[in-house]
Design a protein around this ligand. Structure first.
Ligand SMILES: [Zn+2]
Ligand SMILES: [Zn+2]
Length: 355
């Protein structure tokens, strides 16, 4: 039987998250209660904790986070209870949920583009869509749930969301077999994108990363070449590797404005630029490169579209790798240490909390 109270991390403001006792959510029609097995920390959770303006706004009017909400959208758990009308899963199933809770009402939801929902409610930032830094999480009606194979590890379960975001960015890129693909930023998602880009069998996969210790992992994950922008002239190296033409695809996954500008520089004429990372600052670039210069295609990538099932199949078949992507695991009570590790430890790839 589920208890009445549970421990959770709740966020009340920048640098004000609290480990506290809250009620286990009651569930009603169409709702599911998950007993959380693990939930990994997304860059977005950290940016919110550190007071990011996209999260807390400049006043209450443009604040995205509801105070008291429980963060964490990269969770996996076992179904504890289902409300009336739930048919997608049953008690005991291992389940993960898509990060966005679609409203079901807006133009995008009604036209099959739930990930572009205008309400834009990602789990972990709203009181009606609390996240997985807790012992239990309620999946409200309309949640897009996915039942995972029972032999998935907790690590594999939590990684479905971040990998899905990377996979969607790559589907946006439309990789062809004679393409040279550059992935800039080799965090957990970037590493996974090396893997998934490699599965598409392009001519070359090049990873860009400031941390040298990532190079070996990136090669294990399918990168043919890894360059460190702080040590080599990336543009020169890419030109050398491409007969002076530049790369066909540049996926910006680092969130650094410098990396975005670099993409415009290293792409070849008619190249495709995919913006996947969430940028920390405004980008200043010579916009002419896109038009009068190279006739580039600029493509955005938001969340994970419809790729969860493909990620789950890929992990199940062993095509999509997950080993080593969760570098650290902490107990929920040690959330502060976990946040600190995720933000500051150079050996951290992705950090997971477990109740
Ligand atoms: Zn995430
Ligand atoms: Zn909607």
């Amino acid at each position: 039987m589920k208890p009445e109270k549970m421990r959770a991390v709740a966020s009340y403001g920048p640098y004000d998250s609290r480990y506290e006792e809250v009620s286990v959510p009651e569930i009603g029609e169409g709702e599911i209660l998950l007993k959380v097995k693990g939930c990994s920390i997304c860059a977005g959770d950290l940016k919110s904790y550190h007071g990011g303006i996209r999260f807390w706004g400049t006043s209450e009017a443009d604040r995205y986070v509801e105070p008291g909400s429980i963060p964490g959208h990269e969770f996996v758990g076992v179904v504890e209870e289902t409300g009336p009308g739930v048919t997608c899963c049953k008690a005991g199933d291992l389940v993960c949920a898509e990060q966005i809770l679609p409203c079901g009402e807006c133009y995008f939801c009604k036209n099959g583009m739930h990930w572009m929902c205008q309400r834009s409610a990602v789990f972990g930032f709203k009181n009606y869509a609390n996240g997985g830094f807790a012992e239990y999480v309620k999946l409200p009606k309309g949640t897009r749930t996915h039942v995972l194979p029972q032999n998935f590890t907790t690590e594999q379960g939590v990684l479905v969301e971040p990998i899905a975001c990377g996979m969607h960015a790559l589907e946006q890129a439309n990789i062809r077999h004679d393409d040279v693909v550059v992935i800039s930023g080799l965090g957990a998602i970037g590493l996974s994108m090396c893997n998934i880009a490699d599965l598409a069998m392009p001519k070359l996969v090049i990873g860009l990363e400031l941390r040298d210790d990532r190079a070996e992992k990136a090669k294990e994950y399918g990168a043919d070449v890894v360059l460190n922008p702080s040590k080599v002239n990336v543009a020169e190296e890419i030109l050398k590797l491409t007969d002076g033409l530049g790369c066909d695809v540049y996926v910006e996954a680092s969130g650094s404005p410098k990396s975005a500008v670099q993409g415009l520089t290293v792409l070849k004429n008619h190249g495709r630029f995919v913006q996947m990372g969430v940028l920390s600052d405004l980008v200043t670039a010579d916009w002419n490169v896109i038009g009068d210069g190279k006739e580039l295609t600029i493509i955005g990538s938001h969340l994970s579209a419809k790729v969860y099932p493909a990620v789950i199949r890929g992990i199940e078949k062993g095509l999509i790798k997950t080993d080593g992507l969760i570098s650290h695991t902490f107990k929920l009570a040690d959330w502060e240490k976990a946040y600190d590790t995720a933000a500051n430890d150079p050996t951290a790839v992705k950090v997971m909390l477990e109740p």
